[in-house]
Design a protein around this ligand. Structure first.
Ligand code: XIL
Length: 386
């Protein structure tokens, strides 16, 4: 059944049930945990969970959710419920999926995510309103310089309005900086939003998001701002300039999302650049969230899984250890739960070792915790209470 803009309001109550996402039996379903081979479940659930260790320090921790798995995989739902205090849709709240036709909105998937999270006492990040990717097919050909403003505002008001008061933080604009486009301010001029509306699309999106959901923390989210190299240094500076300009203009912005797609084969260090970034965010009064943490291992020479897992865990430990030294970072989310479903196992990201699956996440394909799980949990333990 299609949900048109006219009837989705009428259907709102019904769609939640239609989403067909069973809620967990309750927050403390740990007693039902089946033992993982070679890891005692009691060691990693309940007081041993990522969530418990994070919340002892005033931190939220979470993961990006694959909506198909949420519907079909009971173990997946159990692990989500046991481990996390905040969820984000991997794709289900993006522009394309939520507005498949100019006058048709689709909310079954996003409703399923929000309903599941709320039934389990978890918060939800909204990801995202405005991005140059994941746009619907109708976008090109329909959106013009004349109607782009209305389309942007309608989209944010409709999607943001539907979940008003239920979203912890919205990624209002995603990845607006792209140094390679050559502008002095670093803005991604190749983005269709920029091409239709110019740089003002950014402030417009935040002002509209504030109107749609005044209580959500409005976040700017970007990647390639983690490592201490010249390229990422330039991007960090451009992101900071953008945030400063927005603050100076009185644009409502509350937080910076540092995506944190890292690479265990990288020879670059991190810590110096991110410390400067976090200090600058503090001066601007912005919270910081680690929004999409994962660690590529395609570039690692060795096929030895134990060795690769140790390298990946080392990056988790070093990165989150350094990011959590100060009190600016309030939430840590990984981009997925188990390696089996990581976006990094698409062909695009398996270049050096195309026949090998990457192992970028805290859980193995059978949901057994990996060294990265323990590294992340140790970083929470070492963090100061915030
Ligand atoms: C990715 C999803 O993981 C994929 O399933 C999808 O095909 C493309 O998008 N930065 C972001 C996320 O902000 O939305 C991206 O998610 C990963 C990079």
């Amino acid at each position: 059944m299609k949900i048109t803009r006219r009837n989705w309001l009428r259907q709102a109550a019904g769609t939640v049930a239609a989403a067909g996402v069973p809620a967990m039996l309750g927050r403390r379903a740990n007693a039902l945990s089946k033992p993982h081979h070679h890891v005692d479940p009691n060691v990693i659930t309940g007081e041993g969970s990522l969530m418990a260790h994070a919340s002892a320090r005033g931190l939220l921790t979470g993961a990006a959710v694959n909506i198909q798995l949420l519907r079909s995989d009971e173990t997946y739902r159990r692990v989500l419920g046991e481990q996390y205090s905040i969820l984000v849709g991997e794709n289900c709240m993006k522009f394309g999926p939520t507005q498949p036709k100019p006058d048709v909105y689709y909310f079954n998937d996003a409703d399923g995510l929000v309903t599941f999270a709320e039934a389990n006492g978890m918060k939800v990040r909204g990801h995202n309103f405005i991005w140059h990717e994941y746009l619907p097919e109708w976008f090109t050909g329909t959106v013009t310089k004349e109607n782009a403003k209305k389309i942007l505002v309608d989209h944010i008001m409709t999607v943001g309005g539907r979940y008003k008061g239920r979203i912890h933080s919205w990624d209002v604009v995603n990845e607006a900086i792209w140094i390679e486009d050559g502008r002095p301010d670093g803005l991604r001029s190749s983005s269709p939003w920029f091409q239709m509306l110019g740089p003002e699309y950014i402030d417009l999106a935040y002002r509209t998001a504030h109107e749609a959901d005044p209580n959500a923390f409005l976040t700017y989210n970007d990647y390639g701002i983690e490592y201490d190299n010249a390229e990422e240094g330039k991007k960090r500076a451009a992101v900071l300039d953008l945030l400063k300009r927005m603050k100076a203009a009185g644009t409502p912005i509350d937080a910076l999302g540092v995506q944190s797609h890292l690479n265990s084969a990288s020879t670059n260090s991190f810590g110096r650049g991110t410390t400067e970034l976090l200090d600058a965010a503090r001066q601007l009064g912005l919270q910081v969230f680690i929004t999409e943490l994962d660690v590529k291992d395609d570039g690692q020479e060795t096929d030895d899984i134990a060795k690769r897992d140790e390298e990946v865990a080392h990056v988790y430990r070093a990165f989150t250890g350094s990011m959590l030294e100060g009190k600016q970072v309030k939430a840590v989310l990984t981009w997925g739960v188990s390696d089996a479903h990581s976006w990094l196992n698409g062909p695009k990201w398996r270049v050096k070792h195309p026949d090998r699956l990457q192992r970028p996440l805290p859980f193995d394909s059978d949901y057994t915790p990996k060294p990265a799980f323990f590294a992340l949990r140790d970083s929470f333990d070492k963090a100061k209470r915030r």
